[in-house]
Design a protein around this ligand. Structure first.
Ligand code: MG
Ligand code: MG
Length: 261
């Protein structure tokens, strides 16, 4: 997810029905790739192996991930972000093995015919603690609550307010530093979509907008820091974190999730 303080994009795009159809296919392939990663998750499996599972699906369709070589302190080196436990987002896949009781977030994008699907999930590895289960469940509910606000005539602040209210109600926290975003021909387009906001405030939501909605939830506080690799974002207090994301189109009759099978 982009850093809110560095968000450089200004043009608000809206997609036609034909463009949304292409994004639906990008999203479907992305979901298949994420399912392949999910199916491979087990104690003893490395996050690099999960990256390979995603790349195998991408190769099958002749598509690629916009994460690979994404500009930053140095080009992002993988097709997915794999973020374990206190890692909130932007974890780099490596040979570290997952352990029973970990929770892991996999974030993945797919470029298909020039359009992007972007989605993420968090799951437990084997048996996890009740706290970890609750964190994952609340993060999913926050995503659902946000998506329900994506109807023409609502405002951007309604999305963030829905996420924030649900997460705070359960005693958890949302980052203010990383946000969801517009998504279409580029992975990161305007507007940025914060996980907090005021109902009825911000830009008007209109038919054809396609947004990546991504609650990023922390157990301890909302504060984060970056690891020395300059990508991985962790909770500052090293408490558990979770992340859930869908690419969603605002249609005349309400939201359509594009990143699903
Ligand atoms: Mg995203
Ligand atoms: Mg993503």
């Amino acid at each position: 997810p982009p850093r809110s303080t560095l968000f450089p994009y200004t043009t608000l795009f809206r997609s036609s029905a034909a463009e949304i159809a292409i994004m639906r296919e990008a999203g479907r392939i992305n979901a298949e790739a994420l399912e392949a990663a999910k199916a491979a998750i087990a104690p003893g499996v490395s996050t690099l192996e999960l990256n390979e599972a995603v790349e195998a699906v991408h190769r099958k369709y002749g598509v690629y991930s916009p994460f690979k070589n994404y500009p930053g302190p140095y080009p992002f080196p993988a097709s997915i972000c794999a973020s374990v436990n206190e890692e909130l987002v932007h974890g780099i896949p490596d040979k570290r093995k997952l352990k029973e009781g970990d929770i892991v977030s996999i974030d993945c994008g797919t470029v298909y015919q020039g359009f992007v699907g972007d989605s993420a999930f968090t799951v437990g590895v084997g048996e996890i603690t009740p706290l970890a289960q609750k964190l994952i469940e609340v993060t999913k509910q926050a995503l659902d609550a946000a998506i329900a606000q994506m109807v023409p005539g609502n405002h951007l602040g309604d999305i963030g307010a829905a996420v924030e209210a649900l997460v705070l109600k359960h005693g958890f926290h949302v980052t203010h530093l990383y946000t969801g975003h517009g998504v279409g021909r580029e992975m990161h387009e305007s507007p940025m979509v914060p996980n907090y906001g005021q109902p009825g405030q911000g830009i008007l939501l209109r038919e054809g907008m396609t947004l990546a909605i991504e609650p990023m939830v922390l157990v301890g506080t909302r504060y984060t820091r970056e690891l020395k690799n300059q990508w991985t974002v962790i909770s500052r207090d090293r408490s558990l974190t979770a992340h859930q994301e869908h690419t969603v189109a605002i249609r005349a009759n309400g939201p359509e999730i594009l990143t699903q099978l």
